[in-house]
Design a protein around this ligand. Structure first.
Ligand SMILES: Nc1nc2c(c(=O)[nH]1)N[C@H]1C(S)=C(S)[C@@H](COP(=O)(O)O)O[C@H]1N2
Ligand SMILES: [Mo]
Length: 409
């Protein structure tokens, strides 16, 4: 149960924001209904809506996004839609540093990536990679902190609700093919360490700012070096010209503007790996022995209706993902999780790393309903009811917090 009504209100507001004309939110949890004046939510009301898109993301659909900052934009819950693939102009953006200059995507084929920890290490241009082989993979791209806004302890970082996630078709060369071309991985390498190509701010220890992430070497089986997204050249905002895509792994492992791919015996000591993106108790600092945000977990959330709907027949929509494995099934409850019924997947199955939109047809009576969804993965994991509290608010997949309260009339 959520015992902090103010934080819960902010989280609910974030997840249910429908526009600046709105004057109050309906806050519902376990049958409690309250009217929360918007002006009472000063940090949110001041913070989110009026910001415009930064230049590098000016091509995005402003109305589909909550702009948290120049570096962080999330897809609004009402803009996720019922298609499998998230349109690029609605996809969330998260940058730790300013993007490289735009000419890197204008001269995309000249981009170089250095492949190390293989028998014949060398640099390859994007033009060369494009001649090696090609494949496509559809994956959920999701920030580790998606759902952070629901943690009552006020986890620091962007207050993502549900929209720091999308489902994307990536096209590129399998990393495995590149590695084979270069003689295979050197012996004794346990990790793939990928480095982002941003210019680092002067005067800071590079280790504290560089985007460099290590993933277990087993990811070689599925990782791709992608130059296209949703069948278009990879835009700068999403890591163009070249990005590492590690299917089933949290967003941060999908290094943008990748300039170095190294097979290494140890994880990088960059801060973003050593102490960042580590699961630990509230109040604790990050450290290398804590679990790293690698494979994603099973998760789902409702996208329609939000806030209000008509009485009688309704179609309840949402999206469900298995994490690192396929999603097997998803159930919906219209009574806050007392009783559940299986929903139906809609649209094509784009593979185990994609999410599946779902729909559940039901009759709703006038009054307030709490709609929740609960997915189960192919490996038998079901979303838990509650959260696992952790300092930075990572990996939230509890179904209770992700539900929506809807007025039926
Ligand atoms: N080079 C680089 N790669 C990066 C990042 C970054 O700041 N720089 N952010 C990471 C994080 S935390 C996330 S959630 C995803 C976001 O991908 P997107 O901006 O394409 O949505 O990219 C990851 N890869
Ligand atoms: Mo992220």
């Amino acid at each position: 149960m959520n015992n902090n009504p103010d934080l819960h209100a902010r989280a609910t507001a974030l997840s249910q924001q429908v526009g600046s004309t709105r004057r109050h939110f309906l806050l519902g949890s376990a049958g409690v209904l309250a009217s929360v004046p918007l002006l009472g939510l000063a940090p949110l009301a001041r913070g989110e809506e009026p910001k415009s898109l930064p230049d590098y993301a000016a091509w995005k659909e402003r109305n589909a996004l909550i702009v948290h900052s120049t570096n962080t934009m999330e897809t609004r819950r009402d803009a996720i839609g019922a298609g499998v693939v998230t349109p690029s102009d609605r996809l969330f953006v998260r940058n730790n540093l300013p993007t490289p200059p735009v000419d890197v995507v204008e001269n995309a084929d000249a981009w170089e990536v250095s492949i190390e920890g293989v028998r014949n290490p060398r640099s390859l241009t994007l033009a060369e990679l494009k001649n090696m082989n090609v494949t496509s993979v559809t994956t959920v791209l999701q920030c580790s902190g998606n759902g952070r806004a629901f943690f009552p302890h006020g986890a620091s970082g962007t207050q993502w609700s549900v929209g720091a996630a999308g489902c994307v078709v990536w096209t590129g060369v399998p990393l495995k093919d590149v590695v084979e071309e270069l003689g295979g991985v050197e012996d004794g390498m346990s990790f793939i360490t990928n480095t982002g190509g941003e210019e680092l701010p002067a005067g800071l220890d590079p280790k504290t700012v560089i985007v460099e992430r290590s993933v277990p070497a087993r990811a070689l089986e599925t990782a791709i070096l992608a130059w296209a997204m949703n069948d278009e050249p990879l835009p700068l905002s999403h890591g163009g010209p070249l990005r590492m895509v590690v299917p089933g792994y949290y967003g941060v492992n999908n290094v943008k503007y990748v300039k170095r791919v190294a097979f290494t015996d140890k994880e990088t000591d960059a801060k973003i790996q050593a102490s960042g993106y580590r699961i630990r108790d509230v109040g604790k600092s990050g450290a290398p022995e804590q679990p790293s945000m690698w494979e994603m977990n099973v998760k789902s959330w409702i996208t329609t209706p939000l806030e209000k709907t008509h009485k009688g027949r309704n179609l309840i929509y949402g999206v469900a993902m298995g994490g690192a494995v396929a999603v097997e099934s998803v159930e919906v409850s219209t009574d806050g999780g007392e009783t559940w019924q299986e929903a139906r997947f809609v649209g094509p199955d784009l593979g185990q790393y994609a999410w599946r939109p779902f729909v559940f047809a039901t009759d709703l009576s006038p009054g307030e309903v709490r709609l929740v969804s609960r997915a189960t993965s192919a490996s038998g994991e079901t979303q838990p009811k509650g959260r696992t509290d952790n300092e930075r608010g990572y990996g939230h997949n509890g179904w209770e917090d992700h539900g929506v309260t809807v007025q039926v009339s």
